[in-house]
Write a protein that binds this ligand. Sequence first.
Ligand SMILES: Cc1cc2nc3c(=O)[nH]c(=O)nc-3n(C[C@H](O)[C@H](O)[C@H](O)COP(=O)(O)O)c2cc1C
Length: 320
Amino acid sequence: MIKNLNNFYSIAPMMGKTDSYFCFLMKIINEKTYIYSEMMHSETIIRTNILDKYKILKNLSNIAIQIAGNCPKSMAIAAKKASGFGFSEININCGCPSKNVLAGEFGLSLLNNPSLVRKCATAIKNETNTNISVKTRIGIDYIENDKLLDSFLYEVNLSGIKKYIIHARNGILGKLSTKKNLTIPPLKYERVFNLKNKFHSNDIIINGGFLNTLSYEKYKNKIDGIMIGREAYKNPWIFSNKEILFKDKIKIVIKYIEGLKKYFVDKRFNNQALHHIQNIFNNNYGAKDWRIAVNKSINNNDLQYLLNYIKCNKLGDKLE
Ligand SMILES: Cc1cc2nc3c(=O)[nH]c(=O)nc-3n(C[C@H](O)[C@H](O)[C@H](O)COP(=O)(O)O)c2cc1C
């Protein structure tokens, strides 16, 4: 990532991936990284202590929370609670096509119901001063025209929302698995660039299929930002703002594990935190043995094992 472009690129919300621990890791790699949390339902935020996990972070600057739901009152209460925790932005999920989400009539269903999104956004605005954004898709099913998304923005803009993140691929209602809907149907970047031309006073962020943080010059006049999902998880180093050598990577991983050790000292260990570093040395020599070591550490709930593994120079030995 080129210096000072931290706000052009962001990391996409991903269930089971962009949790508090992944945010913690990314902040060690580059404290300015802009990240969207995995989706959390408004009622979960209200009724559970799910947000407590974010106390592992010193502060939540540049961390947006993605809230799912469709009840304006519930969304507003959840947003108020999230704002109290210090999240920098409240993002409303209007793009998830999973069966459970559609059954609850939130996520992608909301692209068909802009007046309800407007009500949710207005209710949130009445409860908090935190910036609000919406993440959605370019359309529903296999319909290729702009009508649906244009009328969505016209309506939701009336709530005062400025920022929209657009996954440049239609969402398919019910007929495709969530996973397949990440590759089918094809991406249509031009539709998002056209949206920016039509709604030039909105901040429009494009998402889908981006693999690095090097294309600012190419896209800076077409769009306000690029959001990266799967590749950011696979290769988080692309968000570093300086050249990163293998020894720097090791230092970062040590800092992460030591941070986890401190955080979990009086809590039940959540081994999801280690999944985030399982593939972190991919493309480096020793990556396979590292994955095995992480697995061992997960199975034994043993963070010290990984620190010892690094200290014994098991990674470094194989590299040089
Ligand atoms: C494992 C996984 C979980 C996801 N969870 C969410 C989610 O919670 N909320 C959301 O808006 N999108 C979610 N997405 C979609 C991503 O945010 C993003 O729109 C999609 O992966 C396309 O970007 P990419 O091609 O850069 O990965 C998820 C994607 C993946 C792969």
